[in-house]
Every structure is written in structure tokens, then in C-alpha cells.
Design a protein around this ligand. Structure first.
Ligand SMILES: Cc1ncc(C[n+]2csc(CCOP(=O)(O)OP(=O)(O)O)c2C)c(N)n1
Length: 353
């Protein structure tokens, strides 16, 4: 018998619709938890909008915005525990914020400070720029956790484009064979720089790719923070029980890929406005307002409060001593190899004034 894509009926999990109405009755989140997630989303949005402006003013370096992906990031991060490990790409600013990375550190990263990559007890690994590499690091981490019988999972983030990299497939294969405690989160934001989803893969979904590796896949509305949280909670349970999971979060990158590109060159305004109406912040705000726990006045106050925190973080980042070129040698191996020592000596001759 042939196995064909059309036999697969993959539904997209959704808890709150675009109008802010609940679609399911088993939302096991308290009002306080929902508000905490909304506050995390607003914090990420305010940071993001500010970072874009600061880059345009030349005050920080290249920045990869997350606007539009707040629900996918905050909902998944909020479901993780303190002992769980996060393996991010360059776009997981919201995840890092939710996991407790100080915002000044996130700014420092964009300003070239090595300290911007340090974990600061937040269990967030350094940002990975090589597409897909973090999936292998996460597999290694999960394998170590399994070996040491730790009660933790590794959570690895990647974009839709990253699923075309060999590292993605190797990671899923290894996780499936060794039944690792790992959750693979794919933020399918529709674009890998200028390459659209349909030119990236002939698969109907990314979730279905999990099956080929003997692991569990699920497709979630990535703009629905409740759906992201609920699914992630279940995925973590499964992963801890030796059942690795792949979550495809269907979302949209509202801004450019990074501050170095111009999306008007490769995508149409219609697509942007269509997704703009599905904005993840608006959806949960409508839900909270409808339930009586939120209003415009509180909303304005929250945005102002976050703007102040972001200003403080940037001021702090600016007051830090810049990293020196030679500092990088301190963070490679516990004991430097002779080659590194040689390179460091050479680099010291080129110290910045
Ligand atoms: C191995 C590798 N190849 C190419 C690049 C250049 N590159 C940077 S981002 C990117 C696209 C990534 O798209 P996607 O995985 O969908 O993630 P998104 O940026 O949309 O979050 C590419 C090709 C890279 N960083 N690493």
C-alpha cells in the first residue's frame, strides 16, 4: 500500500479564536497565569519595537525582530520549569525574557558584549546563528540529562527554514532512537528570509516530519498563547516520560528577517495585513477584556511600565565596559589549547584602544 500525504489529517490546535472567544473548556490556566503571559508578551513587544528603533539610530547592531511571534515564544517558555534548558536561535528574545534573562543582557548582545551571551542562571544557552546547530546541542544536552537522571527537558527552537538543514533531521533521528527528554519547537513564521514556506518543503506540514523519526508531532496555532502553553505543558510531560515531541507553531513574522533586509522586496502587503489581523497580543487581550480581568486603562499602564523597564535596561547596557577582542578566548575551552594561546597572544597585539 502507498503511504501518501493525503492520508494525513493534521488538525491545528486552537483554544482562543481570533475574536478572543474560547473554543475549548479545559483551559487549565488561572486568571493570574493568563495575565502573566500577556505581560510577558507586552514586555517582549515593547523590547522588540524599541530595539528596532535603536538599531535604526545606529545605537545597537543587527537585530532579528520577533514581532508577531510573541504567543509562540511566551506560551511555550511559560510552560517550562526552572530546570529545563532552552536552546535558542537569534529570534527567541521573547523566550529569553520569559525565562528571566535580564533585558540589559539582551541589548548587550546586540552591542557586541560577550556578557550578553552568558546564561545568568536563566538556563538559556547562548544564541545560535548557525541554522540548525542548536538542535544538535539540545540533543546532546537532553542525552546528558537522561544519563544523569535529571528531572528536566531540553527545549530547542528553530524556524521553518531550519527544518531543511541536515542538523534538524539528525537531531530528530537521534532523539527518536534514544527516546530523549526533548521538545523541538518549530516556529513556522512562513518565511526563511525571502524563501516562502511552500518553496522550503513539499510537506504539507512540519508537524508530520516528526513521524518519520518515530517521534510525536503536533501542529498548533502559534498566535494563540493559550494553545501554545497547553500543548507545551503536555509535550514536556511526554518528553520527560521518554517520548520526544515536535511542536509546529504556525505563526507569522510581522517585521523584516533582520534589520538588514527589506520584506517589501519579497512579500506582498496583503499577506502582512491578513496576518496583522491575527496579532497574538490582540487576541489574548480581547479574551482577557471579555472575561472582565483587563481594560484599556490597565493596558496603557502596562505598556508605559514596560517602556520604562526597557529604557532602564538600555541605559544599563550602555554603561557597561565594551568586551575586548581577546575576551573570546576565555570562553572556548576550560583549558586553552596551545593554538588558542597562540591566537590570543596575536590578538592581544591588536587590542582596541
Ligand atoms: C547553516 C546556515 N546557513 C545559512 C545561514 C544564513 N541564514 C541566516 S537566517 C536564515 C533563514 C532562517 O530561516 P528560518 O529557519 O525560517 O528562521 P527565521 O529566521 O524565519 O526565524 C539563513 C538562511 C545561516 N545562518 N546558517
Amino acid at each position: 500500500m502507498w503511504i501518501e500525504q493525503n492520508q494525513l489529517d493534521i488538525k491545528t490546535i486552537k483554544y482562543i479564536d481570533e475574536k478572543g472567544k474560547a473554543l475549548q473548556t479545559d483551559i487549565s490556566l488561572s486568571e493570574q497565569q493568563l495575565l502573566e503571559m500577556y505581560k510577558g508578551m507586552v514586555k517582549a513587544r515593547v523590547f522588540d519595537v524599541r530595539a528596532m528603533k535603536l538599531q535604526r539610530q545606529g545605537r545597537i547592531g543587527t537585530y532579528a525582530p520577533l514581532q508577531g511571534q510573541e504567543a509562540a515564544q511566551i506560551g511555550s517558555a511559560y510552560a517550562t520549569g526552572e530546570k529545563d534548558w532552552i536552546y535558542p536561535s537569534y529570534r527567541e528574545i521573547g523566550v529569553s525574557i520569559m525565562k528571566g534573562m535580564p533585558m540589559e543582557r539582551l541589548f548587550m548582545y546586540t552591542m557586541g558584549h560577550l556578557e550578553g551571551l552568558a546564561q545568568h542562571a536563566a538556563n538559556v544557552f547562548p544564541v545560535q546563528i548557525i541554522i540548525g546547530a542548536q538542535y544538535l546541542h539540545a540533543v546532546g544536552g537532553a542525552w546528558a540529562s537522561q544519563y544523569q537522571k535529571e528531572d528536566s527537558v531540553a527545549v530547542a527552537y528553530i524556524g521553518d527554514g531550519g527544518t531543511s538543514e541536515g542538523d534538524f533531521h539528525e537531531a530528530l533521528n537521534f532523539a527518536g532512537v534514544y527516546k530523549l527528554p526533548i521538545v523541538f519547537v518549530v516556529q513556522n513564521n512562513q518565511w526563511a528570509i525571502s524563501v516562502p514556506f511552500e518553496k522550503q518543503t513539499a510537506s504539507k506540514t512540519i508537524a508530520q516530519k516528526a513521524l518519520a523519526y518515530g517521534i510525536t508531532g503536533v501542529r498548533v496555532d502559534g498566535n494563540d498563547v493559550v494553545a501554545m502553553y497547553m500543548t507545551m505543558k503536555q509535550a514536556i510531560e511526554k518528553a520527560k516520560a521518554g517520548e520526544p515531541v515536535l511542536i509546529e507553531a504556525v505563526t507569522f513574522r510581522q517585521g523584516p528577517h533582520t534589520t538588514a533586509d527589506d520584506p517589501t522586496k519579497y512579500r506582498l502587503p496583503d499577506e502582512e495585513s491578513e496576518w496583522g489581523e491575527k496579532d497574538p497580543l490582540v487576541r489574548i487581550k480581547k479574551y482577557l477584556t471579555e472575561s472582565g480581568s483587563w481594560n484599556e486603562e490597565k493596558d496603557q499602564q502596562l505598556f508605559d511600565e514596560m517602556a520604562e523597564l526597557v529604557t532602564q535596561a538600555f541605559t544599563k547596557a550602555q554603561s557597561e565596559e565594551p568586551s575586548q577582542l581577546t575576551d573570546v578566548f576565555e570562553h572556548i575551552y576550560k583549558e586553552k589549547t596551545p593554538q588558542l594561546v597562540e591566537q590570543q597572544v596575536q590578538a592581544e597585539g591588536e587590542k582596541r584602544p
